[in-house]
Design a protein around this ligand. Structure first.
Ligand code: PDD
Length: 287
């Protein structure tokens, strides 16, 4: 079956799904995006993803090109046309097409693209292979809370990780604190068994998975502390893990080549992973 993409009002075969050379996303990275997981036919955490999309747009002085209801209708139609039951939905909005000029165009409509891809999610808690992580300096701009399509430092960091045999790169700020991964949020477990993750602000993305995991942890008796932690603290922690829409909750078993804890997925991480996978299988699907 051929894939279908939504591009500015039309559903097109993937190979014909092109945008204009003067789309400001292409020329200036002037746009934002969302990645949502689809599980058993439903969009996981759809409302929080749309809230974050609207917030990112607002911060860049853009607006949704159509109503939230219409966006949801396009999402469902894109999933239907691609026959996605398990997979991911990608949404991108840019400031639109205009003659190249740094200034905002006056009357240009923002451009909306949606694609979907089938992914056979492994929803089995026992299958977590554990991730190796490397550390890299965080060289990104100061508004990482905006889910901008400008991802060059993230791309370089992830490539670095891959070439050094790791799954993810954790980015370290000027004071030695871990901000987040190149496409995931970073967590450790402290000596008291509390799950620790960086507090929200301009310095990290407010991950949707992060938010859901915080709620699930608290509902199930695991204390969560939102505070900065250093790379040294992470390396000395009994457990570490990462969260994202496509990685779910995944154990970090090594950082810069040294084992975290005993080098295996620890009990708190496993519990959170199980809770999150249950959420995906059951109530997480709320559309
Ligand atoms: N990445 N931090 C960064 C820098 C990210 O790019 C992402 C998401 C996250 C986790 O956020 P969430 O839980 O909402 O997925 C944290 C997406 C999946 C991506 O770029 O593919």
């Amino acid at each position: 079956m051929s894939r279908i993409a939504y591009v500015n009002g039309r559903y097109l075969p993937h190979r014909d799904a092109t945008i204009h050379v003067e789309d400001r996303g292409y020329q200036f990275s002037d746009g934002v995006y969302e990645v949502a997981a689809v599980c058993r036919g439903r969009i996981v955490d759809e409302e929080p993803h749309l809230d974050r999309l609207e917030r990112s747009l607002r911060e860049l002085r853009m607006r949704l090109p159509m109503s939230r209801r219409a966006i949801k209708a396009v999402s469902r139609e894109t999933l239907r046309r691609n026959r996605i039951r398990d997979g991911m939905l990608y949404t991108q909005i840019t400031r639109g097409v205009a003659p190249r000029d740094h200034l905002f165009p006056e009357r240009t409509r923002s451009a909306l693209v949606m694609t979907a891809r089938a992914v056979p999610w492994p929803l089995d808690a026992a299958s977590d292979p554990g991730a190796q992580v490397i550390s890299v300096p965080d060289i990104r701009w100061a508004r990482r809370d905006v889910k901008s399509i400008s991802l060059l430092p993230n791309v370089l960091a992830k490539q670095d990780a891959r070439e050094r045999g790791a799954y993810e790169a954790w980015m370290i700020d000027d004071e030695g604190f871990v901000t987040e991964g190149s496409s995931t949020n970073a967590w450790i477990v402290d000596a008291d068994g509390h799950a620790v993750t960086r507090d929200l602000g301009h310095h990290i993305l407010s991950g949707i998975t992060r938010g859901t995991v915080i709620r699930l942890a608290r509902e199930n008796g695991i204390e969560v502390v939102e505070r900065p932690f250093t790379l040294a603290e992470a390396k000395a922690s009994p457990e570490a893990f990462l969260t994202s829409t496509t990685s779910f909750v995944r154990a970090v078993v090594g950082i810069d080549g040294s084992a975290v804890g005993d080098g295996h997925c620890g009990p708190i991480t496993l519990k959170l992973r199980r809770l999150y996978l249950d959420y995906l299988r059951n109530s997480g699907a709320n559309a």
